[in-house]
Design a protein around this ligand. Structure first.
Ligand code: ADP
Ligand code: ASP
Ligand code: MG
Length: 418
């Protein structure tokens, strides 16, 4: 007998017909004799709709109230799945984030999970009841509802898998595994049998939204075995226990597996960043701190930063990127501090995309970045900013060129399937 956490994403939960299919997959897993907890997302599109309502109500909404609104989508699907499982003859009940509870910090809209009281949940699971848990939800010390950031149900699933010491956490989605790039953009993307935590963490953080970044970090830390697989299968599909999807594994585990390692593991893109330029900032110590300190205090994650070569008169332009969702708050903060920072103009641009290549092989190979720049130059794609880490190179480009850039790089690094 194993203990399995199964997570189903938005497209898998989109409507009662699909929920019935999910219930059948869950029932089949329970019939293997396994203890099962299921984490669910809201129906596809529902969270976007709820976020839209908040923005319409007030562009500078209170994040605590935003959480009250957007966490509701998962409550609906959790209840519906429990009802559907009961209809199939299974014992099942829902456990809302505040009922467990799943404790988080107070960073509303992007809260971090602390500890999870899983004793009651475990007791119920061991008695054969299938636990259905709405993903994305948490609770602060002050009993306010939180959400874990977009795509956060993946993190809920991994956190619960860690809390109940599950043998595996299966992330069911609308593709059958992790690919060398988004298979919706590149038809010749290749499915990976396994990918390391380190590479998946980097891929997710630069836009491969198949897993939320934090879920991978948590899985790595807590040593949770994670599989990504499809819920869009019929009764003849291989059982999840036979690992039909992609396993996220340690470096040592991957070494032992019979898989050919490439220099580049994958290409990712992210259209959810915005670019901000502050012109004519004083070129002196403390100026940059004046810009970024208040953003950090407001929990806004700044990514690429460029301080241009100084102009005359001791001034410089500062360019950076931040999540599109934080742009309104970011510009509001900077406009309120215009005097203190001392810039001339604030220009923001949302028509940008970040394209990244990721691979552990980069650690020992030179020339990965220059190959990227050349491949993009050949197609006349202009690079607006660059950032690198040990296993990643990212560039900022015009949003309209996203698909072209991903395809060009996928081919350039030899990742296209036969
Ligand atoms: P869910 O609703 O199940 O959480 P998501 O939409 O969050 O699903 O994530 C699945 C999507 O991730 C896929 O439909 C695919 O378009 C996208 N994706 C991006 N990069 C990759 C990749 N490297 N491998 C697989 N899927 C990817
Ligand atoms: N429903 C939430 C979202 O769309 C969480 C999730 O699906 O993982 O971001
Ligand atoms: Mg997702």
């Amino acid at each position: 007998m194993a203990r399995i956490v199964m997570k189903f994403g938005g497209t898998s939960m989109a409507g009662t017909e699909r929920i019935r299919r999910v219930a059948q997959i869950v029932k089949a897993q329970a019939e293997q004799g396994d203890e099962v907890a299921v984490v669910v997302s809201a129906m596809a599109g529902d969270t976007d709709r709820l976020v839209g309502f908040c923005r319409e109500a007030n562009a500078l909404y209170d994040p605590a109230e935003y959480d009250v609104v957007v966490s509701s989508g998962e409550q609906v699907t959790a209840g519906l799945l429990a009802i559907t499982l009961q209809a199939l003859g299974c014992k099942s009940r829902s456990w809302l984030g505040w009922q467990m509870p799943i404790h988080t910090d107070g960073a509303h809209a992007k809260a971090r999970i602390g500890n999870i009281d899983s004793a009651a949940l475990l007791a119920s699971m061991t008695q054969g009841s299938i636990a259905v848990i709405p993903g994305f939800q948490g609770l602060t010390e002050g009993n306010r509802i939180t959400t874990l950031g977009r795509g956060g149900s993946d993190t809920s699933a991994v956190a619960i898998a860690a809390a109940v010491k599950a043998d595996r956490c299966d992330i069911y989605t609308d593709v059958d595994g992790v690919y060398t790039t988004d298979p919706r953009i590149v038809a010749r993307a290749r499915k990976l049998k396994a990918v390391t935590y380190e590479e998946m963490l980097e891929l997710a953080s630069v836009g491969a939204k198949v897993l939320q970044t934090r879920s991978v970090g948590l899985a790595m830390k807590e040593k949770v075995r994670v599989q990504v697989l499809s819920s869009f299968t019929d009764e003849t599909a291989a059982n999840a226990n036979n690992i039909p999807g992609t396993m996220i594994v340690s470096d040592e585990e991957l070494e032992k597996m019979d898989v050919e390692r490439q220099l580049i593991t994958g290409v990712a893109h992210d259209k959810n960043e915005a670019k901000v330029i502050l012109t004519r900032v004083p070129d002196r110590p403390g100026a940059v701190a004046n810009i970024f300190e208040p953003l950090a205090q407001a929990n806004i994650n700044v990514d690429m930063i460029i301080q241009n070569v100084g102009r005359d008169k001791g001034e410089t332009d500062v360019t950076f990127t931040c999540p599109m969702a934080d742009l309104a708050r970011c510009t509001d903060i900077l406009e309120n501090r215009r005097e203190k920072i001392g810039y001339n103009r604030l220009i923001s641009d949302t028509k940008i995309a970040k394209i990244s290549v990721v691979g552990v092989g980069m650690k020992s190979h030179a020339g990965v970045a220059s190959a990227m720049f050349s491949a993009l130059a050949d197609r006349k794609i202009n690079i607006q900013a660059i950032s690198t880490s040990e296993i990643k190179v990212s560039v900022l480009i015009d949003e309209d060129e996203t698909e072209l850039a991903v395809r060009v790089l996928h081919t350039a690094y030899g990742l296209d399937a036969e």
